[in-house]
Design a protein around this ligand. Structure first.
Ligand code: PRP
Length: 198
């Protein structure tokens, strides 16, 4: 299913509506995969017939979408964890240098145990790594920081894995490289432009 949805996202013929619908469906699958990586504890519940063991998330989590494309993933995560705080980070990659420029950040006063960075595209990895730095600056250890996205370049995945455990990273696919503009290649174009119809 994930592969079929990714094909719709990659197809340059997909309309804004088709891209959005595939992205929203894929976000729910990415969300389930990313949340399963958080620690869980075993609990016993009483079913109508007898006690049974089950799993329950251990600890609290906040979501950190990177504006703009990261906002496309946020509704799926909030649907799954409706009381999770959201820390917004505004970042725009420079079109020439591909360096991320931070223009906004807002974190909750009471910080949850873990943070999941939301950004569908991990190209050079610079944007996500800058958020990792921000999170470490407010007290998070690398092991408590997660990344949830759609596409990564091999290079971006490698760079981010130097900042947080690779096991904490969820993506649907890894593409071989980056093009001259530091876009994921072959990739799917500009996720933000395609999702928001700009
Ligand atoms: C794109 C993308 C990621 C970032 C990835 O955002 O959505 O946030 O670049 O690149 P990196 O891994 O090399 O840092 P962009 O800055 O173009 O803004 P947008 O989300 O508004 O499209």
């Amino acid at each position: 299913m994930k592969d079929v949805l990714l094909t719709i996202l990659r197809d340059r013929q997909s309309s804004t509506a088709e891209f959005r619908r595939a992205s929203d469906q894929l976000a729910a699958l990415v969300c389930a995969e990313a949340l399963a990586k958080l620690p869980h504890s075993t609990v016993t519940v009483t079913t109508p017939l007898a006690p049974a063991e089950g799993l329950k998330p251990a600890g609290s989590v906040m979501f950190v979408p990177i504006i703009r494309a990261g906002l496309a993933l946020l509704p799926a995560f909030l649907f799954a964890v409706p009381d999770a705080p959201v820390a917004l980070v505004g970042m725009q990659r420079d079109e020439v240098t591909a360096q991320p420029g931070l223009y906004y950040q807002k974190f909750p006063a009471d910080l949850p145990d873990r943070a999941i960075i939301l950004d569908p595209m991990l190209a050079t990895g610079g944007s996500s790594l800058l958020v990792v730095d921000l999170l470490q600056g407010i007290g998070y250890t690398p092991g408590n920081i997660y990344h949830a996205g759609v596409l990564a370049s091999g290079e971006g995945l490698q760079r981010l894995s130097a900042g947080i455990p690779e096991a904490n990273i969820t993506v649907v696919a890894v593409d071989p490289g980056l093009d001259g503009r530091k876009f994921i290649f072959p990739g799917l174009g500009d996720y933000g432009d395609r999702y928001f119809g700009t």
